[in-house]
Structures are given as structure tokens and as C-alpha cells.
Design a protein around this ligand. Structure first.
Ligand code: ACO
Length: 336
């Protein structure tokens, strides 16, 4: 059995900055409400004509990660792509990345686990490396969510939270079992799928042609729905559980955490977790203030930025933790 380790990181966010003040011009909201409830000051939203899609953003992040890893694209044995906002309903973005990067006919897998998507994707990649099946895997998290948001006052409780962007990691084989990804922990509770959901269009129930034919559509159904307070309450419990699960598995204490990178759901959730684990400000990395919640891209954008800013050093214990729609949640314990 091998371990896997991250040897290259990259991120890409669209240039277009949308501040809370910008949002207050199109819906009844304000900087004070958004800042107080979420910590978000601005987010990136793609702009018409800027060429950004979930795949193209993922490709840009991937190119940086490949270059920093010092490998050739032809060394990549497998691609895992996490998103809830694929360019097409099918095929998924994994195969598009393979084509865009001109990678040979390796497998390309799409992961659909929303805010936990990157943690799930890393776990999948880790298993393939652990067994020895693959040596180098490209793992991407990318989202273009802004086009699917209700930008009227009706959608303000959810639309102010989400942003667009992408991140990528190269995982490779690590022969020293005390280094790299030590363990991953995944959970789901489909009972609460309705608490954070985009119902339409849905191939199984009502597809686009039926919606178009509907003379009296419920337009709210075309946008994401979130029971914010219920999500918040579940998030703080599950984040704590799954971080503890990872620490216990590796005989670590919370004091051993050098850096916790929580999914950037809401700064208030991250601060709650920080207090619960009694962590100092420099033990928790947050950048939701700049990018909003980028769902499957949030952890990998934050991990990349933390690394770029020199916050992660050799031998650090880095903990990734996510919670989101599904519900799904998970954690990754890394010895860097
Ligand atoms: N601007 C101004 N007022 C607003 C806005 C807005 N953008 N959105 C809602 N309001 C109003 C509501 O209409 C309501 O007004 P009322 O009291 O007159 O009816 C009031 O503010 C309070 O609304 P709530 O929905 O009760 O606000 P809450 O305090 O629950 O905050 C929030 C909402 C920020 C979504 C919060 O519930 C939350 O953070 N939930 C966690 C969910 C989360 O983080 N989701 C991220 C995606 S999932 C994930 O990644 C884990």
C-alpha cells in the first residue's frame, strides 16, 4: 500500500469582482447584512463573453497545478473532476479536460457531491493511488454557479453566498506511509437532500421541454433552494464530528492541527468550528471574504492560496473538512 501526496496546486477565479454593494443595486440587500451573516465582502462571477465555463476554469487551474508539480501532462494516469455545475448535463467535464489538455486516453471521472465534492474527489484519487493502480492523478474542483442564481430579491437569501472559480491538485504516489494523505472520511445523509437542492430541470422528473410547455411554471423551482438555518445547524455538528473522526483515526489531538481548511460555506460556520476546537486564527484558513462559497472549488482554492502564501510547510498536519448539499460531508488528514 502506498500513500498519495499533493505535489502541485493551482487555482483560477474569473476577473469580474462583484461586491456586496454591486448586489445591492440589483436586489434588496446590503453590505452590512451579508457581512454580518456570512463574512463575504465580494465574490467572482463570470462575465458574458469572458470565455469562462466550469471546464475552462478547471483547465486553467489544472495547467498551473501540472506545471508546479513538475510533471508532463502525459504522466497523468487519471482525472477526477468535482462540480455541481457541469458545462453540459452530459458528458461531464472530466472528459472535456482530457480533450482540452490533450491528455492520452486515461479515465476521467466526474464527482457530484456539491460542497463536499473536492473532499470526495481527493478520497477517490487517494484510493486509486493507495492500491497502486495509478501513480499521478489530476483532481479538479470547479464551479460556475452565478448563472444559476436568482438575482432578484426573491433569491437574496442564497444568491449572495455563492461564487465562481476553480482549483486543481496533482496527487502522486508517496512510498513513505507517514507522509501525504493519511486518511479520508466520507459521509452522506440523503434524508435531508431537500434542504439544499436545485430541483429543475431534472431528467427523472421534469425536463426542459416540459418546463417550456408549462403555461404556469413555478419559476422559483429553477433556482437553488436552501433552508439556511437548518443547513447551518447540521453543518456545525457534522464539521466537528468528521474532523474529530479524522484526528482519532490518526491518534492526533486538535493541538496537532497546523492548518484547518474548512469548506468556505460561511465565515460564521468556520468561526464556530474554530472556537469549538480552540484553534488560533493562524490555524484556520479562510478566504470566503474574497470569493464567496465556491462549492466544490472552495477547499482547493483555499488550499492553493494557503500554500501560495507560505502558510503550509513540510511536515505540517493539514486538515480539510467539508459539509454541503446531500447532505454530504467529509474530511481529509494530510501530513504535508
Ligand atoms: N439581504 C438582506 N436581507 C436578507 C437577505 C439578504 N441577502 N437574505 C435574507 N434576508 C432577510 C430575510 O428575508 C429575513 O427577513 P425577515 O426577518 O423580514 O423575514 C431576514 O433577512 C433573516 O433571514 P434568515 O434566512 O432567517 O437569515 P439567517 O440569519 O438564517 O441567515 C443565511 C441566512 C446566511 C443563509 C444563514 O442561514 C446561513 O448561513 N446558513 C448556512 C447555510 C450555508 O452556509 N450555506 C452555504 C451553502 S451550504 C454549504 O456550503 C454548507
Amino acid at each position: 500500500m502506498y500513500n498519495s501526496k499533493i505535489i502541485g496546486l493551482g487555482k483560477y477565479v474569473p476577473e469580474n469582482v462583484v461586491t456586496n454593494h454591486d448586489l445591492s443595486k440589483v436586489m434588496d440587500t446590503n453590505d452590512a447584512w451579508i457581512t454580518e451573516r456570512t463574512g463575504i465582502k465580494e465574490r467572482r462571477w463570470v462575465k458574458e463573453g469572458d470565455g469562462n465555463t466550469t471546464t475552462t476554469m478547471g483547465v486553467k487551474a489544472a495547467k498551473i497545478a501540472i506545471e508546479r508539480a513538475g510533471i508532463d501532462k502525459d504522466d497523468i494516469d487519471f482525472i477526477v473532476f468535482a462540480t455541481l455545475s457541469p458545462d453540459y448535463y452530459f458528458p461531464g467535464p472530466g472528459v472535456e479536460v482530457q480533450h482540452a489538455l490533450d491528455i492520452k486516453t486515461v479515465g476521467a471521472l466526474d464527482v457530484r457531491n456539491q460542497c463536499s465534492g473536492f473532499v470526495y474527489a481527493l478520497s477517490v484519487a487517494d484510493q486509486f493511488i493507495k492500491t497502486g493502480m495509478y501513480k499521478n492523478i489530476l483532481v479538479i474542483g470547479s464551479e460556475l454557479q452565478s448563472k444559476a442564481l436568482d438575482k432578484t430579491t426573491r433569491g437574496r437569501g442564497i444568491s449572495v453566498i455563492f461564487g465562481d472559480g476553480a482549483g486543481a491538485a496533482i496527487l502522486t504516489r508517496e512510498e513513505d506511509n507517514s507522509k501525504g494523505i493519511l486518511s479520508t472520511h466520507l459521509h452522506a445523509q440523503g434524508k435531508f437532500a431537500d434542504a439544499l437542492i436545485l430541483k429543475e430541470p431534472a431528467m427523472g422528473t421534469r425536463w426542459v421541454n416540459e418546463i417550456i410547455a408549462d403555461n404556469n411554471p413555478d419559476e422559483a423551482g429553477y433556482f437553488p433552494y436552501m433552508d439556511g438555518q437548518f443547513v447551518f445547524k447540521n453543518a456545525v455538528v457534522r464539521f466537528s464530528e468528521v474532523i474529530n473522526e479524522g484526528l482519532e483515526k490518526n491518534n492526533l489531538q486538535k493541538e496537532d492541527i497546523n492548518l484547518l481548511i474548512p469548506h468556505q460555506a460561511n465565515l460564521r460556520i468556520a468561526q464556530f468550528i474554530q472556537r469549538k476546537f480552540n484553534l488560533s486564527d493562524n490555524q484556520v484558513f479562510n478566504n470566503i471574504q474574497k470569493y464567496g462559497n465556491t462549492t466544490a472549488a472552495s477547499i482547493i482554492i483555499a488550499l492553493t492560496e494557503a500554500w501560495e502564501e507560505g502558510e503550509i510547510k513540510e511536515n505540517d498536519t493539514v486538515v480539510l473538512a467539508a459539509f454541503g448539499s446531500g447532505f454530504t460531508w467529509g474530511s481529509v488528514i494530510i501530513k504535508w
